[in-house]
Design a protein around this ligand. Structure first.
Ligand code: PGA
Ligand code: ZN
Length: 417
């Protein structure tokens, strides 16, 4: 067995939106790894740059002409060294030279190749043989905001979290049941409902924010009673998409309402109270750490999660920790570029009592690596949709891991709830 990298191959493939993206193969003397990069639609401003000028073609040139020269011959099991080399070859702060998605695909493919060289599964290679906790699946049931076109809620995502489930399979099956039930309700409510779904597989319907809250509350309660455990729900406001610098307010187009920061705080905390929301992501725009901190102080038993706020970035998280801005953080490896960067952010979050939520991107691929990362890095929640191919790829991989672990598999401890 040898983990020396013999070759690295990059190609152009597509994500679920039919956009071009990069896929990388890393070949060691005795193993192989492959990873493809996802894309976001409602991206944080402080994310790394996905591709160099010239797009995916130019990224592939960089792999062949620049990166391969530095990486071939290194050991795949020195993940930190591989990731550091990617930063050195790039030389910028935000991967604008080689592309953050190029770094992402190489970093992940490398970890997979190292695991494969040892005959291990990725989650065991990264997490060791003591990891056996599964994340709860946080799944998008109704879409709005930037993830839809036309008439739909202003809030980007209405999410289900079956936190009382005793196994991952049971949790994923419950999410699917809730998703189906919501589809039936939408059909009854609107005779023109076409069954349309967003990139993440969530329903797109001509309803307002409050309709969506009522539907989620009713369905989660009903299905929760049937399955015999708690099904909570929450939202991703993706508030940077609603915020207008000019008007200094959040613009709710569908509702025809403007809310300044104070009104937004009242609105969101009112929703948390009324609907017992267990999860609220990006309730304020990405520079408003102060309002995040006020909300976090004000509410109980609810995860206040930063996505665009932290962009998986240590420095931004550090600022958040100091200000007590939130109690959870989204982890999207391609927001920051490499596995090592993401891992360091997760560890900083955990040391400070933040719950890491491993997450897909709206424009994802059928790459399933985040399923392994969630288990390996002990993230108690994975946000990866309920239906649709790229989401199911991750969910089914977690089902396989659960089967592999057999009696040792158990669900994560979600203390905050
Ligand atoms: P994305 O965002 O479209 O950038 O992937 C999804 C999210 O806000 O969680
Ligand atoms: Zn988000």
């Amino acid at each position: 067995m040898s983990t020396v990298i013999e070759d690295i191959i990059a190609r152009k493939v597509f994500n679920v939106r039919g956009e071009e993206t990069i896929e990388v193969d890393v070949i060691t003397t005795s193993g192989f790894g492959r990873a493809s990069a996802p894309a976001g639609e409602s991206r944080g401003k402080a994310e790394v740059v996905y591709y160099p000028q010239g797009g995916v073609d130019q990224a592939i040139n960089k792999v062949e002409e620049l990166i391969a020269l530095e990486i071939v011959g290194l050991n795949a099991d020195f993940q930190e060294e591989i990731d550091r080399t990617l930063h050195e070859v790039d030389g910028s702060k935000d991967f604008r030279v080689i592309g953050g998605n190029t770094a992402f695909a190489i970093s992940l493919a490398n970890a997979e190749a190292a695991a494969n060289s040892y005959g291990s599964l990725l989650f065991q290679y990264l997490g060791g043989h003591v990891v056996h906790e599964h994340p709860y699946p946080l799944g998008n049931a109704i879409s709005g905001g930037k993830h839809t076109q036309g008439k739909s809620p202003d809030i980007q995502e209405f999410l289900v979290l079956p936190y009382g489930a005793e196994s991952f399979f049971e949790a994923a099956a419950t999410n699917a049941q809730i998703h189906r039930r919501i589809g039936a309700i939408l059909k009854k409510k609107d005779e023109f409902f076409s069954g349309g779904r967003s990139d993440e597989g969530a329903w797109v319907a001509n309803i307002g924010n409050l309709d969506a809250f009522e539907i989620l509350a009713k369905t989660c309660k009903e299905v929760g009673n049937e399955v015999g455990f708690e099904c909570g729900f929450g939202i991703d406001v993706a508030a940077s998409s609603l915020w207008s610098d000019k008007e200094e307010a959040y613009i709710y187009q569908r509702e025809r309402k403007k809310r300044d920061s104070g009104e937004q705080l009242e609105f969101i905390s009112g929703l948390i109270k009324k609907y017992h929301l267990v999860y609220v992501e990006d309730p304020f725009h990405e520079e408003d750490y102060e309002s995040f901190a006020e909300l976090t102080k004000k509410v109980r038993n609810c995860l206040i999660c930063g996505d665009d706020l932290f962009v998986t970035n240590k420095e931004r998280l550090n600022r958040g920790v100091k200000m007590r801005a939130a109690n959870a953080l989204i982890i999207k490896v391609n927001q920051v570029g490499t596995l090592t960067d993401a891992w360091e952010t997760i560890e900083m979050g955990k040391r400070n009592g933040y719950i890491p939520v491993m997450s897909h991107r709206s424009g994802d691929t059928c790459d399933w690596h985040i399923a392994h990362l969630a288990v390996a890095f002990k993230c108690p929640i994975i946000k990866t949709g309920i239906v649709e191919g790229a989401r199911i790829a991750k969910i089914n991989e977690l089902i396989r891991i659960e089967e592999f672990l057999g009696d040792r598999a158990k669900m994560a401890d979600l203390q905050i709830l």
